[in-house]
Design a protein around this ligand. Sequence first.
Ligand code: FMN
Length: 313
Amino acid sequence: MRPERYYGEMMPSLKVKLGELELQNPVMPAAGTFGYGEEYSSLIELNRLGAIVTKGVSLAPQEGNPPPRIWETWGGMLNSIGLHNVGLEIFAKEKLPFLRRSKTPIIVNFFGHTIDEYAESARRLSDLEGVAALEANLSCPNIKEGGIHFGGKPQTVAKTTKMIRRSTKLPIIIKLSSNVSDIKEVAIAAEGEGADAISLINSIPAMAIDLETRKPVLGGITGGLSGPAIKPIALKAVWEVASKAKVPLIGVGGIMDYRDALEFLIVGATAVQVGTANFINPKALLEIIEGIEAFLKRKGIEDITEMIGSLEL
Ligand SMILES: Cc1cc2nc3c(=O)[nH]c(=O)nc-3n(C[C@H](O)[C@H](O)[C@H](O)COP(=O)(O)O)c2cc1C
């Protein structure tokens, strides 16, 4: 891609492609940490983002777990939201129209409790105007397999991806958990059944205890750890998957600033998602985009794609 020049100053290209989906830059919010976009719209210009990723939606509304649902830990936070959401119908009627006003591509994160529910959600979401891509959260418990998450076994990932693929023409992003014995196998299973991109990682199963009461801190007993504490785990997961997968990867986990974001590109991610940082600094996404641009200018790098997979070993 040709860099634009303005009064002699080099303007690096930040454009990246996730399959057929073209993004003006590689930075987007991580699902569940940016609401349905509207919640952040007075704090941040949505048109500046690479994409908007919604909170996870399911066919039916879901209440979620009892409080407390959030707990701060060293280097991160625990959440046990329990995938609380308004359900697909209300999402379509009340949340999507606002998002459509922005020119930024909308990626809808979704989940199900059975493979059929994933397929049905994918089918119904594809009928909605303005949805650019779907991101399937495979960390949800599979009720037919005793609660093991859908992303736990390569065979289940393959089956779920295949059914989603049959249900939609939109680009599909399969979101993986690092809570597996070999994340490469799981990623290859998703790629083999038609995933257009893979995002990794989801929060990591964890818990916290109140010493005085000897009770779990979270209402849901266990939760997911996110934030800077998980960045090294996420980086390794992206690096490992990048060595095998051909589809573009989206790196997620503990990205707090532009340096973190670029490290994910170096190990092979094409784009990044920023989650926990939004709770600390609602302008984090914009600062990361600006930081990346300034870094590229400083280094004389004309195109961000030069950074992808540029790890020196
Ligand atoms: C409060 C909260 C809610 C989340 N909800 C979802 C969700 O609905 N779907 C999903 O795929 N991931 C969800 N996640 C996981 C994030 O998208 C992300 O994968 C994880 O937090 C790691 O990134 P981070 O360290 O930048 O936060 C949630 C995370 C948090 C903290």
